[in-house]
Design a protein around this ligand. Structure first.
Ligand code: SIN
Length: 193
C-alpha cells in the first residue's frame, strides 16, 4: 500500500459534510487537537494496543530518517485508552491530510468512561503501509526517537507529550512509559554528545 492514504480514506466512508462522527484518538490526537470539535470525552477501544511501530516521514522525521510514532496493533483482550472527539465530517479533510502517512480510517466501537458506547472511527497505520517499521527493543525505539526531527518538531516531544497526557488521563501504558523512562536515562548522554 502507498504511504499516502488521503485518496483511500476519502473513498472509505460515505459521509455528508454536516454528518457528526465520533473519532477516537490515541497518539498526537490526544494532545494536539488542531481542529474544531463539538465535544471531547475520554474513552477507550477494545482489542487494540498502542505501539511506537509506525514510521513518521512527514511530522516527526523524514523519508530518509523516519521518526517513530504511535499506531495500534490488534491484541485480543487489550483495552486502549485515549480521547474521543465528536466532529463534523468536513473536518476529515484536514485530518486525512494530517494522518496521510500510512493511517487508514477504521470503524470501531468507542466506550466512554461512564460505560456508554457509540460507533466511531479511528486512524490506524496497519502493517501493510509503506512507512510501517514494526517492533524493536525499548532501547532502540528510544534511540530512534531521541535522534529524529521533522516538520512538526522533535520526535522526543511527541513521546513526552503523549506520556504526560496519558498520566493526566490516568491511563496506564507500560510500552509508552518504558520508552519515556529509557529516553530520560539517555538524555544526559545525548545532551553531551
Ligand atoms: C492518533 O493520535 O489517534 C493517531 C496517531 C497520531 O496522529 O499520532
Amino acid at each position: 500500500m502507498s504511504t499516502n492514504t488521503i485518496a483511500i480514506n476519502q473513498q472509505r466512508h460515505q459521509l455528508n459534510p454536516d454528518d457528526q462522527v465520533w473519532l477516537f484518538g490515541y497518539g498526537s490526537l490526544i494532545y494536539k487537537a488542531d481542529f474544531t470539535y463539538l465535544e471531547r470525552r475520554s474513552a477507550s477501544i477494545e482489542g487494540w494496543t498502542r505501539r511506537f511501530w509506525q514510521g513518521s516521514h512527514d511530522h516527526r522525521g523524514t523519508p530518509d530518517a523516519p521518526g517513530r510514532v504511535a499506531t495500534l496493533i490488534e491484541e485480543a483482550g487489550a483495552v486502549c485508552g485515549g480521547m474521543a472527539y465528536l466532529i463534523s465530517a468536513d473536518v476529515f479533510e484536514h485530518l486525512d491530510y494530517r494522518e496521510k502517512n500510512g493511517y487508514l480510517r477504521l470503524q470501531t466501537r468507542i466506550t466512554f468512561n461512564n460505560d456508554e458506547s457509540t460507533d466511531g472511527l479511528v486512524y490506524i497505520a496497519t502493517e501493510d503501509n509503506g512507512a510501517f517499521l514494526g517492533p524493536a527493543s525499548t532501547e532502540d525505539i528510544a534511540r530512534q526517537i531521541a535522534q529524529s526531527h521533522g516538520p512538526s518538531g522533535s520526535n522526543m516531544d511527541y513521546l513526552l507529550h503523549l506520556a504526560e497526557s496519558l498520566r493526566e488521563l490516568q491511563i496506564e501504558d507500560s510500552h509508552v512509559f518504558a520508552i519515556e523512562d529509557q529516553l530520560m536515562r539517555m538524555e544526559p548522554i545525548l545532551g553531551h554528545s
